[in-house]
Ligand binder design. Structure first.
Ligand code: ZN
Length: 272
């Protein structure tokens, strides 16, 4: 007997939902066919096209705590802007255009009126029609596009096994980024006229020699000074930039060599 009651109740509930869905569908169809707001909104939507967002966020993990402490998020951004500034400027302009267009779009949309229909609503309930219309408007109206360009820079510090134990993060907005790009473009061949910009770039370039890279340079050079040949067992070995960073050298395998501390000090900023 309880089973029959259960079955009966289930049937009632099912019928209730079916009827409710049919009524809702009737309202949805009416609104889609007759809402003046929705028709005008679709026309307005056709006129606008917004640029999509491109993520320029930067992150890097240092396995050397000295470099991690020495290099700021701003240094890292400046370094990366050397390679991405053209694309960044393009995206900043697109998001400025988004901002302008979206303001115009909002002005047009605000002028529209809810609850006006092309034909008489007959026996349908006005409140329910308006609620349905609002739901459909929310589905049709364009979401706010990206208008406030930014780049988030995150630097991590990890142990040599990759476990991260420290992190720092900064966000930079369009005006600051454009000012940095302007300073970066003030250059003479491969060198930057702005001292602070040049210092940032050198710090990040130096930081590119990770501990992992350092050990593979030692290994490649047989754990010996490439100048005097002393072994790592008898002297402190260091990784040296053959063309110094201050003279435009990069932290690449071909530009790195193992030197003992003594030879490294003697070499200074000379090239050999
Ligand atoms: Zn040496």
């Amino acid at each position: 007997m309880p089973f029959l009651i259960f079955l009966f109740l289930s049937l009632i509930i099912t019928i209730f939902f079916i009827v409710r869905n049919l009524i809702q569908k009737k309202y949805t169809v009416f609104v889609l066919q007759n809402s003046i707001y929705l028709k005008k909104l679709q026309e307005i939507n056709c006129k606008y096209k917004f640029f999509s967002h491109i993520d320029f966020n930067q992150s890097h993990t240092y396995d050397n705590e000295n470099f991690y402490c020495d290099i700021t998020c701003l240094d890292y951004l400046i370094y990366q802007l050397q390679f991405i500034s053209t694309k960044v400027i393009d995206q900043i302009n697109k998001e400025k255009q988004n901002n302008r267009l979206y303001t115009e779009y909002q002005k047009e949309v605000v002028a529209l009126e809810v609850g006006k229909f092309l034909i008489d609503i007959g026996k349908l309930k006005y409140d329910k029609l308006v609620a349905t219309e609002k739901r459909l408007i929310n589905q049709t109206i364009f979401a706010k596009p990206h208008t406030n360009f930014y780049i988030a820079v995150t630097l991590f510090c990890s142990q040599i096994n990759g476990r991260i134990y420290a992190k720092k993060n900064e966000i930079y907005y369009a005006d600051d980024i454009l000012a940095l790009i302007k300073r970066l473009r003030n250059r003479n061949g491969t060198f930057y006229n702005d001292r602070a910009i040049w210092d940032s770039i050198c710090r990040v370039e130096r930081g590119k020699v990770s501990n992992k890279m350092r050990f593979s340079i030692y290994q490649r050079d047989g754990y010996r000074c490439r100048k005097c040949g002393v072994s790592g067992r008898h002297a402190q070995l260091e990784v040296d930039h053959i063309i110094p960073i201050a003279k435009g050298g990069k932290s690449t395998y071909n530009n790195l060599q193992t030197l003992c501390h003594k030879c490294n000090v003697e070499k200074g900023d000379n090239l050999y």
